[in-house]
Design a protein around this ligand. Structure first.
Ligand code: NAP
Ligand code: GFB
Length: 337
């Protein structure tokens, strides 16, 4: 008798839990963040605490392999997102882009195709997709703005990744034109910060050099950077980008928008390398290995569209590098490397 009573009690408790969760979701619309375990995803997770009106779901490949269409649709059916921030991608720095072009092209084409298609099928109300300033034409005038995306071929070092990303923009535009979907693209410049990928070969320059300088200091060996150090970059701190992506979700009406620090904050690779060395008190041990490629010399982006809509104040690179190095030192054991 007691067993039956307990079963009935558990049944009604579950019903009320489901009812409550449905009520919660009505009050707090679901924002699915693909790529939620990555550099940008983790930054959004941190700043999401200031946005309690949304129910954020941070997905990694463990939750769903976005290379598989049916798994992706099943996942969307289960999560039922109202909004999507699409970050998931096969990502890497100059050397990964040069050495793994097939993956950079195929995986990103498949992931993007699946996420956009499933977002439409699931009637997602707004989607923010992520491009990159490195996919703009190599031979161009500066500063680069949103209208120039398809004006010529990208730099050969990352053309596979660049064309996959450009197809993402074409796909979002097609859905806007055919269905009126509010599918927008943000175009960040080089990003850095905590939870980055610090892999010595595949990583972007800042995390790669943070890891290299850590090891050099530990071993008392030279801190070796690749190339001449002359190329120029605009680096945006991940938590600044996270705030701007949520601003885009809530307020932006432009189909594509560059999210970058201003041109005046552009620095050389050598300058950022020296900032990293300074955080380890290791500036006197820097060496240049010019047998390695420099990649694109510059890709100076114009952030005036963003600044016409916001008065955002960016984290100075000195502060961002200090925070990133400290995070790496504190989290060496768990950092992706
Ligand atoms: P990241 O740290 O490498 O993270 C990539 C994310 O994508 C991870 O969460 C990863 O999940 C997920 N992912 C990869 N393959 C997947 C798959 N098959 N199924 C499901 N999830 C998958 O990348 P990020 O630096 O945060 O980049 C985020 C976005 O910003 C990307 O679209 C990138 O192209 C763009 N972007 C990056 C930079 C930059 O400097 N980092 C600059 C401009 C634009 P797992 O952890 O499970 O692998
Ligand atoms: O971030 P990064 O790898 O890619 O920066 P890009 C490459 C620049 O940093 C080159 C120098 O000038 C390299 O010579 N560098 C110096 C190093 N030492 C190192 C090192 O140890 N590792 C790396 N990686 N670079 C990427 C695109 O271009 O921009 C991606 O290939 C992506 O697709 C990213 O979109 C944002 O800035 O050159």
């Amino acid at each position: 008798m007691y067993l039956i009573q307990n079963i009935i009690l558990i049944f009604f408790v579950n019903i009320s839990i489901m009812e409550n969760s449905r009520e919660t979701e009505k009050k707090h619309p679901v924002v699915l963040v693909t790529g939620g375990s990555g550099l940008v995803g983790k930054a959004i997770e941190k700043v999401s605490l200031d946005y309690p009106d949304y129910h954020f779901v941070f997905a990694s490949s463990k939750d769903c392999d976005l290379c598989d269409l049916s798994s992706t649709q099943s996942y969307f059916d289960r999560i039922q997102p109202k909004y999507v921030i699409h970050l998931a991608a096969c990502v890497g720095g100059l050397f990964k882009n040069m050495n793994q072009k097939v993956d950079m092209l195929e995986k990103n084409l498949i992931i993007n195709y699946n996420v956009i298609k499933c977002s439409h099928a699931s009637m997602v109300q707004k989607l923010i997709a992520c491009l990159s300033t490195c996919i703009f034409p190599d031979k161009t005038t500066y500063p680069i703005n949103e209208s120039m995306l398809h004006d010529g071929p990208p730099h050969h070092s990352n053309d596979a990744y660049a064309y996959a990303k450009r197809m993402l923009e074409i796909q979002c535009k097609a859905y806007r034109e055919n269905y009126g979907s509010d599918f927008q693209c943000v175009i960040p410049t080089n990003i850095y910060g905590p939870h980055d990928n610090f892999h010595l070969e595949d990583a972007h320059v800042v995390p790669a050099l943070i890891h290299k300088c850590y090891l050099a200091k530990q071993n008392g060996s030279p801190f070796q950077m690749r190339g001449t150090g002359k190329p120029l970059r605009q680096f945006i701190y991940s938590e600044d980008l996270a705030k701007l992506i949520i601003w885009t979700l809530e307020k932006n009406k432009h189909p594509t928008i560059i999210l970058s620090v201003p041109e005046k904050d552009e620095v050389s690779i050598e300058q950022v390398t020296r900032l990293i060395a300074r955080e380890y008190d290791y500036e006197d041990h820097l060496e240049f290995d010019t047998s390695f490629a420099d990649g694109q010399f510059k890709k100076t982006a114009d952030n005036s569209l963003l600044m016409s809509e916001t008065s955002f104040e960016f984290t100075p690179i000195e502060e961002g590098i200090k925070k990133s190095v400290q995070w790496f030192k504190d989290n060496y054991e768990i950092a992706r490397k």
